[in-house]
Design a protein around this ligand. Structure first.
Ligand SMILES: Nc1ncnc2c1ncn2[C@@H]1O[C@H](COP(=O)(O)OP(=O)(O)OP(=O)(O)O)[C@@H](O)[C@H]1O
Ligand SMILES: [Mg+2]
Length: 147
């Protein structure tokens, strides 16, 4: 397994969105991005930046009640909240994400340990929240796509 790791400090929510826009420039169809970190860490803010960078339509919001939302664009974004997959109430197969992955970028909040099996490669982004409200993002590319 090949791994590439980069860490960056995000002082404000706008930094987090800008980081997402930057990340989007490196993404292509078939990419799976797994966002992890505690409540309020900035996973959705990062997903918003990715959406902006990809130029998709519709505001990227917290998908908590819909689980997955597809945003159309030159490169579509599928934004997933996997929180309810973690307790086994919903099954990953129900979302049919493997079909979406062929043509879109799939970004999953709370997906760690659940969605990696969808692809032989994924980009893992771990957000940590500090007392001064800054965040640290650690990005790890896992698998042949990121070697
Ligand atoms: N440096 C920062 N980066 C990201 N968000 C920040 C930062 N500083 C403050 N915030 C605030 O923290 C909150 C992050 O919320 P967001 O919904 O993105 O988190 P989340 O990880 O998706 O939470 P949830 O686990 O509920 O899905 C926002 O209100 C945002 O304004
Ligand atoms: Mg969120």
């Amino acid at each position: 397994m090949s791994e590439v790791r980069v860490a960056t400090v995000l002082r404000t929510v706008e930094d987090t969105r800008a980081f997402g826009r930057q990340l989007a420039g490196r993404l292509r169809a078939g990419d799976l991005v797994v966002l992890s970190g505690p409540l309020g860490a900035g996973k959705t803010a990062l997903a918003q930046g990715i959406g902006e960078g990809l130029g998709v339509t519709g505001r990227v919001t917290s998908p908590t009640f819909v689980i997955a939302r597809v945003h159309r664009g030159p490169l579509p974004l599928v934004h997933v909240d996997a929180y309810r997959l973690r307790d086994g109430r919903l099954d990953l197969d129900d979302l049919e994400l493997d079909e979406e992955l062929d043509r879109a970028v799939v970004v999953v909040e709370w997906g760690e340990g659940v969605v990696e099996a969808l692809s032989d490669s994924h980009l893992e982004v771990v957000l940590e929240r500090h007392d001064d409200d800054s965040r640290t993002a650690t990005v790890t590319g896992v698998g042949p796509r990121w070697s």
